[in-house]
Design a protein around this ligand. Structure first.
Ligand code: AKG
Length: 305
């Protein structure tokens, strides 16, 4: 259930309240446990964490953050193998990128939710459980965060005007929403880089909302054009995350962001989302996520229930 789902009438309002209360209680318990035994984040992750707390976005890379012994080669090999298996679907989506209408015709989600985690694809989860990533997620939330989803996106060039997530928006549904994007291909200005308005995250100074318009003739989600966003965040505070394969972006997407406006080359990107432990979101995993190999207590607690 999402916190954005509003019930009608007294019964569902009460159910919503009880649901919210359960979520807040779980978060308080988790925050207390984190304060008691979480420890200080290591020196290696502190610069990223400080930037994320201050700006709502921090850009780093695999080598800098994860060191030499990390799950990156396995993730790359997995994506290549899957791209081979899904070659027909990739080609079909590539050709359909310019189809108009609701929905992101320019985007292929390689593993449509709910994702059934198996020993064959559990690198999707294990990548997100790597200690530096999890340390940053827990410290940002100030509690033991849970993994909400993990996936790989292929974004294809399109010639249509910017639409959906290609336009500025805030995500909703929790106090913070921490997403990690990892480029699997080089991403330049023409491949739809993830872009963020610094300081618009809930910990930041800019809480105003820019004037938006509903897409698709008033039936779609609110989206904001560049000229409107510039009225609340000067353009020199927009971070356009351009970089080689292996670039890692941490962003609290409660702040204004956009991306995927690919015009001349494809973008392949791993992403994972951490959330607070309260039951405030629809899971994007099928029930019962388990992964291969020994896990620490922190890693076990990040697995979705
Ligand atoms: O594709 C992108 O870079 C934008 C992603 C986005 O808007 C989101 O994950 O909320």
């Amino acid at each position: 259930m999402s916190t954005e789902t509003k019930g009608k009438g007294t019964a569902s309002t009460l159910a919503d309240r009880l649901y919210g209360l359960k979520g807040r209680t779980l978060n308080r318990v988790s925050a207390l446990a984190y304060r008691t035994r979480g420890g200080a984040p290591s020196a290696g992750v502190r610069p990223v964490l400080e930037k994320l707390n201050r700006d709502g976005i921090a850009v780093t890379n695999v080598e800098e953050l994860l060191g030499s012994n990390n799950a990156w080669p396995e993730l790359v090999a997995f994506e290549e193998q899957e791209a081979g298996k899904q070659a027909d679907e990739i080609e079909r989506t590539r050709r359909a990128a310019d189809e108009e209408g609701p929905g992101k015709s320019y985007l292929l989600t390689m593993f449509p939710p709910p994702v059934n985690v198996t020993p064959e694809n559990d690198i999707l989860v294990r990548f997100a459980l790597q200690e530096p990533l999890l340390t940053i997620a827990n410290a940002y939330y100030g509690m033991y965060a849970k993994l909400r989803s993990a996936n790989i996106w292929h974004t294809f060039p399109s010639t249509l005007p910017a639409r959906d997530s290609q336009l500025w928006h805030r995500d909703w549904g929790d106090r913070y929403i921490l997403k990690v994007f990892v480029y699997l291909t080089e991403v330049g200005a023409g491949s739809g880089p993830f872009t963020y308005a610094q300081g618009t995250h809930p910990k930041g100074p800019i809480q105003a909302n820019a004037r938006g318009e509903r897409m698709y003739g008033g039936t779609g989600a609110f989206r904001v054009k560049d000229e409107e966003l510039a009225k609340i965040v000067p353009q020199d505070q927009w971070v356009r995350a351009i970089g080689p394969a292996g670039t890692i972006i941490f962003a609290d997407t409660r702040g204004y962001h956009k991306g995927g406006e690919s015009r001349d080359s494809e973008r392949v990107m791993y992403l994972c989302v951490y959330r607070s432990p309260g039951p405030t979101h629809k899971e994007e995993f099928a029930q019962g996520v388990s992964v291969s190999g020994a896990l620490t207590r922190e890693q076990r607690s990040a697995l979705p229930r």
